[in-house]
Design a binder for this molecule. Structure first.
Ligand code: ASP
Length: 453
């Protein structure tokens, strides 16, 4: 067991978590089904360990971005390389997102989930959401958040990238782009000052970077136990299987699209880098498994960066920029989901979509996924903006979201895997195109979590 590669340990933790969660739901169904003893036990005594793990990962995200980005820029011999990295990253990110939305729209228009859904099923789905108070409140909150986002001006996005206080920005994980902006500015200025003057600062960030990466290794040692806790919680808070069954066709459509996206990444990796697509997946498997367990690209970021750099061989100059920016703006899985969900809701509510509406979905789902935060459930918030753009009446938003709410968490887990895989793919493509894709420091199946050996 001790020598088992990490991803196997994580998988075992996940399976045991699911089984434990299922066992606990049986406890719920004893003589008093309204008292959820099992769920309460997991929430009070198991889930906190998962939450602590997520906090630890988030804790090191900002120091890791700062240290590795500064080190990455400081190691660049030529500053013009940086604009090549920046331009290609943004370009490929937008392109892959557009392709994801198009795939989503293509499949949903073929499968047509939601058409012909009976009035009773519709009512049952909405009612199930309304009787669950926290679910209903959740839907309302998502609509409100989306409306607040919409009411800001068109240049808000750019304005939001420039911090007026770096300490304030670095104190919030949601302000990752602000931190990246400051760090880039700092790193470029570091390159421009006298070499002798810059040396101590460079050495400091060099050392900080190694220390933070070691922290990632240490945190990952507890990941198998943490995913156990996270998955047990997912199972006990899942909706009634009967409700899930009604949404099966819709969920399968999203899942099929997400699988196609993974296939698409593998093709890209093979054709543009010549690397084995299976080796690519094996190398990033721990990041994917964590994305699945946490539903958050931001929480997974430290592991994504480590895997891309050490197990795929993408040099720090590229990884340190492409991965954090990707975690914030590149969400192919989310955009694909938003396209499918928008059409599903319209089908179910008998709201006809024209070809122009479908084009609107392509544009708005792309933008909405860029604007989605890298946290659980954020994709559903921004879905409201897509629904708004295609003209679904406002009074139907709550019903629309209530329809899909029951399966949102499992779909969120899967789309986050795609989001993270997309970031790793683009890091490889950009790395290759600027000559910064080397041999992996650690062979794919070997882990370097040797921190306590
Ligand atoms: N949970 C997703 C992520 O963190 C965002 C979403 O689609 O809700 O990447």
């Amino acid at each position: 067991m001790k020598n088992l590669p990490l991803h196997w340990k994580i998988m075992i933790g996940m399976v045991l978590g699911v089984l434990f969660g299922l066992g606990m739901t049986q406890w719920d169904n004893a003589s008093t089904p309204e008292i959820h003893e099992g769920a309460k036990f997991i929430k009070d005594w198991i889930y906190p360990f998962g939450e602590i793990f997520i906090s630890l990962l988030k804790l090191i995200a900002i120091p890791l971005i700062i240290a590795s980005l500064i080190k990455g820029i400081a190691d660049l011999e030529d500053i013009s390389k940086f604009s090549a990295i920046g331009g290609r990253t943004i370009g490929i990110y937008i392109l892959t997102t557009l392709i994801a939305v198009t795939i989503g729209l293509g499949i949903v228009n073929i499968v047509k989930p939601g058409t012909g859904i009976s009035k009773e099923t519709l009512d049952r789905l909405v009612e199930a959401n309304q009787t669950d108070k926290s679910a209903a409140e959740n839907v309302e909150k998502k609509i409100m958040t989306a409306k607040n986002t919409k009411s800001s001006g068109p240049l808000q996005f750019i304005k939001d990238m420039v911090p007026d206080n770096i300490f304030a920005a670095a104190s919030k994980n949601g302000d990752m782009l602000k931190v990246i902006f400051f760090t880039l500015f700092f790193g470029i200025s570091l390159l421009l000052v006298d070499k002798e003057k810059a040396a101590p600062m460079k050495a400091f960030f060099d050392s900080l970077n190694d220390i933070v990466l070691k922290m990632v290794d240490l945190i990952m040692l507890i990941s198998p136990y943490a995913v156990f806790a996270l998955l047990a919680q997912v199972i006990v808070s899942a909706a009634d299987p009967e409700i899930l069954f009604n949404l099966l066709q819709y969920a399968m459509t999203v899942l099929f699209g997400l699988l196609l996206m993974i296939g698409f990444y593998m093709i890209l990796v093979y054709f543009f880098t010549g690397r084995s697509p299976i080796g690519f997946l094996k190398a990033i498997a721990p990041a994917q498994l964590l994305a699945f367990s946490t539903s958050s690209s931001a929480a997974t970021l430290p592991v994504t960066m480590e895997r891309v750099e050490e197990h795929l061989g993408v040099e720090k100059e590229v990884t340190s920029f492409v991965c954090p920016v990707g975690a914030t703006v590149n969400m192919d899985g989310t955009s694909l989901y938003q396209a499918v969900a928008a059409v599903f809701i319209c089908n179910a509510l008998d709201f006809d979509l024209t070809f122009a509406d479908q084009l609107t979905i392509v544009v708005t789902a792309t933008l909405a996924s860029i604007g989605s935060a890298a946290v659980p459930g954020a994709g559903m918030v921004m879905l409201v903006i897509v629904l708004q753009a295609i003209g679904l009446p406002e009074d139907k938003f709550a019903v629309g979201l209530a329809l899909i709410f029951a399966v949102d968490r499992p779909l969120d887990m899967c789309r986050t895997v795609v989001n993270v895989t997309g970031d790793a793919t683009v890091a490889m493509l950009v790395g290759k195109s600027v000559g910064k894709l080397g041999e992996p420091k650690v062979q794919n199946w070997d882990d370097n979590y040797d921190a306590v050996k």
